[in-house]
Design a binder for this molecule. Structure first.
Ligand SMILES: Nc1ncnc2c1ncn2[C@@H]1O[C@H](COP(=O)(O)OP(=O)(O)OP(=O)(O)O)[C@@H](O)[C@H]1O
Ligand SMILES: [Mg+2]
Length: 138
């Protein structure tokens, strides 16, 4: 059985990665599909309003997960969601180990679309440090 961990920050890049996962799994193979979304510890400290309003925080999480959940639901693929908090790259790798997935699927860029040339820092760190295959979708 294939097991895949899709990392999503809610960006269009993550949605593109999710669309690719659909093409990998649509052959009817048995699979276990997980999404991980990490609440960026540094970013959430900066966004002080988020800390003050739990309702807004919950809505923010749902917003970040919605695009990829919609893609998998439309493709009728079953999935589970892992929500964690901390350093995104470290948490993605930790989750991949805990769930012992065969492959991490990640977007080349994320929400910070300013730099066009390089990989995003989260992607870069996962590609460099993960102890299992990483598929970068661009
Ligand atoms: N908080 C997160 N939770 C889960 N996956 C994430 C998270 N942040 C990034 N990713 C994954 O990493 C991919 C690349 O995003 P990354 O954050 O590296 O680029 P960026 O946002 O453009 O640049 P940077 O964050 O370095 O300023 C995303 O498409 C997504 O798959
Ligand atoms: Mg980012």
């Amino acid at each position: 059985m294939k097991s895949i961990l899709l990392a999503s920050d809610g960006s269009p890049h993550a949605s593109k990665a999710a669309e690719h996962v659909v093409t990998l799994l649509k052959g009817g193979t048995e699979y276990k599909l997980m999404i991980v979304h990490v609440i960026d510890h540094e970013a959430s400290k900066r966004d002080a309003w988020l800390c003050m309003n739990p309702g807004a925080r919950q809505r923010e999480r749902e917003e970040k997960l919605k695009p990829v959940c919609n893609i998998f639901e439309k493709a009728e693929l079953a999935y589970s969601v892992n929500l964690t908090k901390g350093d995104p790259a470290e948490e993605i790798m930790l989750c991949s180990q805990k769930e012992n997935v065969d492959m991490i699927v990640i977007g080349s860029r994320g929400l910070n679309a300013i730099q066009e040339l390089m990989l995003g820092s989260v992607c870069h760190k996962v590609v460099q440090k993960a102890d299992r295959p990483v598929l970068v979708v661009r």
